[in-house]
Design a binder for this molecule. Structure first.
Ligand code: COA
Length: 341
């Protein structure tokens, strides 16, 4: 039977999710992709692509466009193992790239070892390694003493006590320890972590919608594109696992969202901000350890290594139609995921 490549209609996505997840799980040999599929379908529902053999989904790929920045991300390209080496992976990738192109976006992806030769022949250019690093909480949390970090801010929602305790227990506390703020000021929970050089604790005793907007603007300045909708989803889905720092001037100087297995997005202006945020994130509860997907341009790699992170896997960051990404990508320490950027 002929394998067809097509974009899912929005009304098909819910029913197709389990089958797509199945193909991805078998292709990548990983536990689940449901959260990733959910992000794509929330933010870019017109860019979920499948290969079908009759009624059966045998290949997948997704894209997310950042039209204000002129690039988009391609991810979770997967071919059912029994269908490999028939050109399906290439056709799916081209299909996703064509959708992104129609939205004014060049294509960026992090290629696995299996995907790299394929993308190379499709005209994607290698821009260096994206490293997946494992975090050693004992080192990362302890290091915040050297970084002089302190907890200053409020947390809203579930798990706040544990979060405050985790960071405070890291040897900080110069500004008075964690303040748990009752009530829900924002959708989800941002925890403010301050470095020793920032305002008095009282000025940041509660998070607010304004803080979330400031963090989204900061993320846009680093990533190069507006991802506020994605950030809101992530903060909401990971209550008590987000934090940001402000510099002495009051400007946001870094932020992190700790997902269930990945610390990212994660960005920081300098190594002090990085240390404070990593100490916060690493001190949270983790079921199976934490990973950080570090982009090739990141200036933070040496600090992450110093803080006990070590590379467990390398991918190649590849781009077609764009050479230099906008923003301050050297300040980016950890991706949301390998498929989203
Ligand atoms: C990487 C992956 C998507 C490739 O899927 P695929 O459908 O086999 O891809 P293609 O068939 O388009 O290309 C794969 C190879 O088959 C070759 N090929 C294509 N059509 C062919 C045909 N008719 N006969 C023989 N070989 C063929 C291609 O030239 C390519 O060769 P290469 O491996 O030397 O580069 C798939 O192996 C996979 O899902 N891997 C696990 C997940 C993963 O790593 N995804 C990529 C993330 S970036």
């Amino acid at each position: 039977m002929t394998v067809e490549i097509r974009t899912l209609r929005v009304d098909e996505i819910a029913d197709a999710t389990a089958a797509m997840d199945g193909v991805m799980r078998r292709a990548y040999n990983a536990p689940t992709f449901v959260a990733q599929i959910g992000w794509y379908s929330s933010v870019q529902p017109d860019c979920l692509v499948v290969a079908t053999d009759g009624e059966t989904i045998v290949g997948t790929g997704c894209g997310i466009a950042y039209p204000d920045a002129g690039f988009g991300w391609i991810g979770v390209i997967a071919t059912e193992p029994a269908y490999e080496r028939q050109g399906i992976g290439k056709r799916i990738t081209e299909h996703v790239a064509t959708i992104l192109d129609g939205l004014g976006c060049a294509s960026v992806l992090d290629a696995s070892l299996a995907g790299e030769p394929l993308y190379g022949r499709m005209g994607f250019v290698d821009h260096g390694p994206t490293r997946v690093m494992a975090v050693d909480p004992a080192v990362a949390v302890g290091s915040s003493v050297a970084g002089g970090s302190s907890v200053a801010g409020g947390n809203v929602g579930a798990g706040s006590g544990a979060v405050g305790g985790a960071v405070d227990g890291a040897g900080s506390g110069a500004a008075g320890g964690a303040v748990v703020v009752p009530g829900g000021a924002v959708d989800g929970a941002l925890v403010t972590v301050m470095s020793s050089t920032v305002f008095p604790a009282t000025e940041l005793s509660a998070t607010s919608a304004g803080d979330v907007a400031d963090v989204a603007a900061y993320d846009a300045s680093v990533f190069g594109a507006d991802r506020s909708e994605l950030l809101r989803l992530l903060v909401h889905d990971h209550p008590g696992r987000s934090a940001f720092v402000r510099s002495a001037s009051g400007a946001v100087a870094g932020f992190v969202i700790a997902q269930h297995a990945v610390i990212g997005p994660f960005a920081a202006d300098d190594s002090d901000a990085l240390r404070a945020l990593l100490a916060f994130a690493a001190g949270l509860p983790w079921d199976n350890g934490a990973r950080i997907c570090v982009p090739p341009e990141s200036v933070h790699l040496p600090t992450l290594v110093e803080l006990g992170c070590h590379t467990v896997r390398e991918l190649r960051n590849m781009r077609r139609g764009i050479d230099v990404l906008p923003g301050r990508s050297d300040r980016y320490a950890g991706r949301i995921s390998l498929g989203i950027g």
